[in-house]
Design a protein around this ligand. Structure first.
Ligand code: NAD
Ligand code: MG
Length: 389
């Protein structure tokens, strides 16, 4: 078996850590070639000490000296690079076979596209990249001749259900499960603090996606992601709240069969599925103990308390640049909330105001996407300033 070279974009994050945990279980199979972080040079250097990649990249150029010094102090041969272009360099580096796209937000789009164009196997966690540029990304994967494997647990579940169907075609509905987040049973959204919003009941994740899970925007982004990845329209994608997070998603077929994928809520499972595909490899996830589960329950999402889910469906149906506006406004609003500069309940309002004010034609290039993203960020920042507590 030849050793497979891996780049992790966003190595210092939650998906980065889970990915490295799986990779470390298979030293004969995988070799870490490139690691990137935003600004956490010391954390990146620690990972370099463990995995000794050929290159390490900090997106923030002001942290390059710190990274160089940290690598030197550890006497590592790893080359240090910095900046946006260096992120793309890591994504297309010659010894890299698979790229784990695990940067949070639209910031991950350019290197993800670069990896796809270069024909790398793309293991995609960075859902915002698909939301902003689904068609461009799929075109890039086709042009590069590589493959795309979803890492998001719901999309991994759907990929697994479609692959396991045993018959060709006939999938008629995707059913995405949602945990419901920490406020599933909370009536009043006043006074919610960032610490409360990031305390997810089932998953340990980065701060941004944790807030998205609390507003259900995460599920909205995942509906758009599923629409592009599996070619399903908004009317053929449903969301069901399933608080135990044991069923990760389902596919309904023409004959009425429904296939589901189950497992403990541990991202190492979908990461191992994507890394090993088409083989199954050990992930380190605990075994699912059905006897420990009192019940698996399901309920509809509450559209009035969680308007972000509806906004995402609206953006998907509107087409053009609406999904980019939705994503950018949400990134700005969530960052403001985490800075205690916007009340939790106003996140949806900022997104809705941006979607109503801005309309763009569908982007035809990365530059188009970035221009729409920038315009939406400006609009959302002004809306946040008007809404600040
Ligand atoms: P995180 O915040 O824990 O980590 C984000 C990583 O991206 C870090 O390494 C950070 O240094 C890097 N980064 C942040 N901003 C950057 C920028 N501007 N330029 C370059 N690098 C930057 O986030 P996470 O929870 O690991 O999520 C990463 C992605 O995976 C997100 O798109 C998220 O939606 C998706 N995802 C995460 C989970 C999960 O369980 N954490 C599950 C499914 C999907
Ligand atoms: Mg998910």
């Amino acid at each position: 078996m030849s050793v497979h070279g891996i780049a992790i974009l966003g190595a210092t994050g939650s998906i980065g850590a889970s990915s490295l945990d799986v990779i470390a279980r298979h030293p004969q199979r995988f070799r870490v070639v490139a690691l990137t972080a935003n600004g956490h040079a010391e954390g990146l250097a620690e990972l370099c000490q463990r995995f000794v990649p050929e290159i390490a990249v900090v997106a923030d150029p002001t942290r390059l000296h710190e990274l160089e010094a940290a690598l030197r102090a550890r006497k590592l041969p790893t080359r240090a690079l910095a900046g946006a272009a260096a992120l793309c360099e890591a994504a297309v580096w010659h010894g890299v076979d698979s790229v784990i796209a695990a940067i949070v937000g639209a910031a991950g789009l350019a290197p993800t596209l670069a990896a796809a164009r270069a024909g790398k196997r793309l293991l995609l966690a960075n859902k915002e990249a698909v939301v902003c540029a689904g068609p461009l990304l799929l075109e890039a994967v086709a042009a590069g001749g590589g493959a795309l494997l979803p890492v998001d647990s719901e999309h991994s579940a759907i990929h697994q259900c479609l692959s396991a169907s045993g018959a060709k075609g006939g999938a008629r509905r995707l059913i995405l499960t949602a945990s419901g987040g920490p406020f599933r049973q909370r009536e009043d959204f006043g006074g919610i603090t960032p610490a409360q919003a990031v305390a997810h009941p089932n998953w340990v994740m980065g701060r941004k996606i944790s807030v998205d899970s609390a507003t259900l925007m995460n599920k909205g982004l995942e509906v758009i992601e599923a629409s592009w990845l599996f070619c399903f329209g908004a009317d053929a994608i449903d969301v069901v709240v399933h608080p135990q997070s044991v069923i990760h998603s389902m596919v309904e077929f023409a004959d009425g069969s429904v296939l589901a994928q189950l497992g403990t809520p541990d991202m190492r499972t979908p990461i191992a599925y994507a890394l090993g595909h088409p083989q199954r490899i050990d992930s380190g996830s605990p075994t699912l103990d059905l006897m420990q589960l009192a019940a698996l329950t399901f309920e509809p999402p509450d559209a009035s308390r969680f308007p972000c889910l509806r906004l995402a469906y609206d953006a998907l149906r509107a087409g053009g640049g609406a999904s980019i506006v939705l994503n950018a406004a949400n990134e700005v609003a969530v960052a403001a909330f985490l800075d205690s500069a916007l009340p939790f309940a106003r996140i949806a309002a900022v997104v809705e105001a941006s979607l109503s004010a801005l309309a763009f034609a569908a982007p035809r290039s990365l530059d188009d996407v970035l221009a729409i993203d920038a315009a939406a960020r400006r609009h959302a920042a002004a809306a946040c300033a008007r809404s600040s507590p």
